[in-house]
Design a protein around this ligand. Structure first.
Ligand SMILES: Cc1cc2nc3c(=O)[nH]c(=O)nc-3n(C[C@H](O)[C@H](O)[C@H](O)COP(=O)(O)OP(=O)(O)OC[C@H]3O[C@@H](n4cnc5c(N)ncnc54)[C@H](O)[C@@H]3O)c2cc1C
Length: 331
């Protein structure tokens, strides 16, 4: 008899995050046709609405509304306790959670408590006669490895954007409620401060214009902002070096340790296209890239590539655009 797969839902502003649906699609692929139960856990102090919404989005044996007052905001000790309590009851073979900052905080450290092996940042899955194999990047993304996690239980943290969500089921999945009593932790979370950035959230922009180290100096961000201003519903973003330099706040960083964005149009300006960056933007509809290096990997992601110094190219682009606008106005 095979044990179930348990998926821990990830949320964004109390709504299901896309990675939750992606993890459920992976769980379905791992389960095969009807061979294993799949349980989805929605954690919170009032998780019923979230569980109800998830039940309409994914096909699960049960969507569990896991309730405890301490789960009202992220507190890694409490999440670990809650998931462990559910795992003791459900005895999963596989426990899936998102490879987010919170997921990285909670789940690898849950593995020793559950006597589980752990594979982090999973990007692909293959079923073999010996059991499932999971792919992850190592050496900063330069090498991909396949991992055989061995005998269950296994904890997997799943890279957002790596798997495709499935369509919603015709019937909602059953919802069940579990109220937990958690013991007080040894740590107390401090209030979460809003980032010092009042710009529109990156994830809601139709057009994202991203600056990389190739912009050279902070003053050249003005070119990036000017390009963004040509479009309604646009936002300026950056690669990690730009945020590390303090030229943009971290809330604007795109990539593995930043935001995952899926705009209709993504401009990569002076970005080489390291895998840690492209993981955060490869769901974009159309990608335009500008780099002086014709062999930059960003061009593998790009629909349109410009091999040019952006400090020369962008002013020419603005001039052309203004000329076209004036011509259109004169007609
Ligand atoms: C665990 C981990 C997590 C990470 N997470 C992230 C993440 O979330 N997001 C992220 O972005 N990175 C992340 N990184 C860093 C990542 O590996 C890269 O170092 C980073 O993305 C490189 O940023 P870049 O492309 O701006 O700079 P570079 O790699 O230096 O690329 C600059 C590009 O600009 C070009 N260029 C130079 N001058 C000009 C010019 N005048 N005009 C046009 N082009 C020019 C260059 O030819 C080059 O292609 C992470 C790394 C690790 C190890």
């Amino acid at each position: 008899m095979t044990g179930p797969i348990v998926v821990v839902a990830e949320t964004e502003r109390d709504r299901p995050a896309p990675v939750t649906l992606e993890m459920m699609a992976l769980a379905r692929d791992m389960a095969g046709p009807g061979a294993r139960d799949i349980h989805l856990l929605a954690l919170g102090d009032r998780p019923e609405a979230l569980a109800g919404e998830l039940a309409t989005l994914v096909e699960a044996s049960s969507v569990w509304a896991v309730q405890a007052p301490e789960l009202g905001r992220f507190h890694s000790e409490m999440v670990r306790q809650a998931v462990r309590a559910m795992a003791l009851d459900l005895a999963p073979d596989y426990l899936l959670a998102a490879q987010t900052l919170e997921g990285m905080d909670v789940f690898p450290s849950l593995a020793p408590q559950m006597g589980a092996s752990v594979v982090t940042a999973v990007e692909a899955f293959r079923s073999t006669p010996r059991g499932p194999l999971f792919q992850r990047a190592v050496l900063g993304g330069k090498v991909m490895e396949w991992v055989d996690p061995g005998t269950p239980p296994v904890i997997l943290t799943i890279q957002p954007g790596a798997f495709s969500a499935r369509p919603a089921p015709p019937q909602p999945s059953p919802v069940r409620v579990r109220r937990l009593v958690l013991s007080s932790g040894r740590t107390t979370p401090l209030p979460i401060l809003a980032p010092p950035d009042d710009a529109a959230p990156l994830t809601e922009a139709d057009v994202v214009v991203a600056a990389g180290r190739g912009i050279g100096k902070q003053e050249n961000l003005a070119l990036i902002e000017r390009l963004a201003n040509l479009f309604p519903r646009s936002a300026v973003a950056g690669s990690r070096p730009i945020c590390d330099l303090g030229w943009l706040p971290y809330s604007r960083q795109v990539g593995q340790t930043g935001q995952t964005v899926t705009p209709r149009l993504y401009f990569a300006c002076g970005i080489s296209g390291a895998r840690q960056h492209t993981l955060g933007m490869r769901g974009s509809g159309f990608v335009a890239a500008i780099s002086i290096d014709p062999s930059a990997p960003i061009f593998l992601e790009a629909d349109v590539g410009v091999v040019e110094d952006l400090v020369t190219f962008l002013p020419v682009l603005f001039e052309e655009y203004n000329g076209m606008k004036n011509d259109a106005g004169a007609d």
